[in-house]
Design a protein around this ligand. Sequence first.
Ligand SMILES: Cc1cc2nc3c(=O)[nH]c(=O)nc-3n(C[C@H](O)[C@H](O)[C@H](O)COP(=O)(O)OP(=O)(O)OC[C@H]3O[C@@H](n4cnc5c(N)ncnc54)[C@H](O)[C@@H]3O)c2cc1C
Ligand code: SF4
Length: 844
Amino acid sequence: MVGQRFLEALAERGGSWRVTVLCEEPRAAYDRVHLTSYFSGTRADELSMVPAGFLDEHGIDLRLGDPATSVDRAARTVTARSGEVFGYDALVLATGSFPFVPPVPGHDAEGCFVYRTIEDLEAIESWARTATTGAVVGGGLLGLEAAGALKAMGLDTHVVEFAPRLMALQVDEGGGAALRRKIEELGVTVHAGAGTQEIGVGDDGRACAMSLSNGEKLDVDLVIFSAGVRPRDQLARDCGLDVGERGGIVVDATCRTSDPHVWAIGECALASDGRVYGLVAPGYQMAEAVARELTDGTGSFTGADTSTKLKLLGVDVASFGDAHGTAEGCLEVLYSNSREGVYKKLVVSADGRLLGGVLVGDAGSYDLLRPLCLSGAELPAPPEQLVLPASAGAPVAIGVSALPDEALVCSCHNVSKGAIRSAVTADGCADVPSVKKCTRAGTGCGSCVKMLTTIVRDELTANGVEVAKGLCEHFEHTRAELFEIIQVRGITGFARLVDEHGTGSGCDICKPVVASILASLSNGHILDGEQASLQDTNDHFLANLQRNGSYSVVPRIPGGEITPASLITIGEVARDFGLYTKITGGQRIDLFGASVDQLPLIWKRLVDAGFESGHAYGKALRTVKSCVGETWCRYGVQDSVGLAIELELRYRGLRSPHKLKSAVSGCARECAEAQSKDFGVIATSAGWNLYVGGNGGMTPRHADLLASDLDHDTLIRTIDRFLMFYIRTAERLERTAPWVERMEGGLDHLRAVIMDDSLGICDDLDELMQRHVETYEDEWRATLEDPDRLRRFVSFVNAPGTPDPSVTFVAERDQIRPAKPGEDGAPLPTAGLIAGPTLEVRTS
Ligand SMILES: Cc1cc2nc3c(=O)[nH]c(=O)nc-3n(C[C@H](O)[C@H](O)[C@H](O)COP(=O)(O)OP(=O)(O)OC[C@H]3O[C@@H](n4cnc5c(N)ncnc54)[C@H](O)[C@@H]3O)c2cc1C
Ligand code: SF4
């Protein structure tokens, strides 16, 4: 990562360096910080950090899979594994770190992994398919990310941490306790204060158990070591460069090593402040420093911000500055609420400046507190007011405007609030993308983009510039405004809308949004006329595109209730078409592996048996999950299945800004997990409680209780209005959770609008929903009945009936799965661009 940043910094500064990059890994430099998103569907190529054409444009010679094996400093040459020898005038080492694996017996058994590269994750993913229990050795930031990944893959997950608490480096004792509770609530078992003594290995050579120093024994079949990293300094050691006692290539304030022709940056370097930084932001600053040094001799790196925020597991935890309160005379201000799982600590100096902090359970203020801390500015309010949550009566909430200009907003690229404001005011940047381009802010780990957007908008407004809030370059209107325009003007097609209210011919952003609005309002067939060309791939074929180019088919099963006859039909269809079959978490049966030309044949069989589209491909209602409720369950107090079926049939096919999920539980035990849904219902002995704005996924959010003990009709009416108000006013791809969160006036306002009709729009919302319910038509059936629509279901336009030969499968556990590159005739990947570097740099 740091090597790539160095290449970009050098390229930006121009000059006459001719650069060769020697890379150990087989692929282009990629974003390790977001590596874990690989497990939630991000493809390896999507993690690439090398802009298209970058290497060619700057004449960079990239050698993939050919690591440097030795450096001859006297001759100023580097030898690569291939045997090729490269001369250099300046050599930049950016060899990163390797994961530390404690040398316990069994650590190298099959089933033991580290967590550093895409190849590591591929190996873990493949092993996890046959594993049931996994353990992570190390409860730091990375260990918890790895644990989150194991949990997400459905494994019983343990975290073993030697220190008495999780994330010991970043959080204090109180924060560690709150964090542990949160992690355990997620179903991960934490063993703190315990060392790993041995990995038990079975006769087959595979890891099968773990013995801990506290006497515990765990049955495991997958182990991930995440016990820290060590700088990769062997190359430097072998050629006699100075290295630190505990590793790391010693560098000075310009990142120069003990050899004046060699520099070291990133995790392999021991910086002049005596630290080896294991984070990307300091590495980027080192990269900038060396690029400056090599071009105009002004480089300097003397230390960096080590604030961190956990990205996974749905747990808010962040620490910044002097989190442990080590500064002399510092004071701590604490808020701790075990019931809510919230712990916040601010460390302040005697004169009221923020020195650091720890936030667990609610890290919403991290974006503001971190820059305040780094800038050393005075706090805009007493610290106790800054830790108290609004629900506990906090009298003030500080905004971005309270930050001084020197506050560091983007620590990856060292960009202050003042620099962002100046990009707008002095350099004339008129929107966020141009500020990003001009300052690089927001292009690193991305965590500051929200704040960056606010600063840019505030600055534009202060300069009297009207802030562009349009959907894209073709429409100056927001999605909510387009909704109103389309409705009021009775527009039924994209062409008229763009003619009368936009410019150009539309793009991948505005076309699906308009298609969704038209579908929400008219319920017309999604593949009709002009509508068809607006859809993205999934809607285009009324099926979900899968990773190898095949499609999955999901029939609707309202409430998860299904007759044996229908179940048999699904089984027969799956058997006859050779489809991979899986029961989903949303109580449906997914059929995978269909080719485009098979889709109509499959639907025909399903539609004839009474099924309809489950809309798994659309930004529409997906499922209303249910428990068995009072009909079968001894705790149930209402008919949760009956209500779930009613809700699913009422809202089926309802097009919305994002997908919608729902659930109904028959009592407060909540077996259907209604509180993690966009709208969820829980039965009470007096009626139904309605929750809104929840979701699972990467950033889970518990739904808020909107109304209690509603009778049936009031419940339906309230959900109708909630959904229509959301569809009408939300932004593009905004789920209900962020929509509810950003609503001015919050839940009280929402209640006032949809329950007390404070805006006088409820009749309108009711009518819109009624129209949807009355005009619903199954998209699969309608497609089968229309030869025109059917014509699009061919793999090759000029050879109908010929299946796509690049879609290949192999057998696994008695079913099919997509073939991986090289398996069963699947094509091998072509070479990528660039990977993590050891750099050889020379002048021409
Ligand atoms: C899962 C995960 C999550 C992370 N999350 C965060 C986060 O949230 N925030 C954060 O700040 N940091 C995070 N990090 C750390 C961050 O990724 C590193 O700080 C960053 O990658 C360091 O960059 P680097 O260039 O020094 O090392 P690397 O990115 O590791 O690059 C070093 C490269 O050098 C190659 N190499 C080594 N030896 C040789 C040789 N002899 N010849 C040629 N090539 C060689 C290696 O193969 C590697 O590709 C995370 C790391 C991981 C693994
Ligand atoms: S939520 Fe209540 S009614 Fe439904 S299955 Fe669970 S315990 Fe039974």
